[in-house]
Design a protein around this ligand. Sequence first.
Ligand SMILES: [Cu+2]
Length: 105
Amino acid sequence: MKRWRSRLLAGVFGVCVAGAGMAWAGQSEPDITGEGKLNSIDPGKRSVNIHHGPIPVLQWPAMTMDFAVAPGVDLKPLQPGKNVRFILKKEAQTGYRITGITPTP
Ligand SMILES: [Cu+2]
């Protein structure tokens, strides 16, 4: 059961990284998601600056901050000033990193 579950998760992350569409619903693991306004994008550094709302799981209040973006995440659909929804994954070395991000209305 446990092995089956981790394989399923790997599949979900694979889809996000490929940018083939993010499965917001139906994920079996509580991915950390946030929403906010994209202030700026730095494609060279692969980082984005977001004013995000509170993220209760992490006990983060609303704030403006830079996020590193994982390789393979497509930054092209993003525009500064627009609202976004994003997925965070904790990495041992880099801290929280965005593994999926998509514009929202
Ligand atoms: Cu923050």
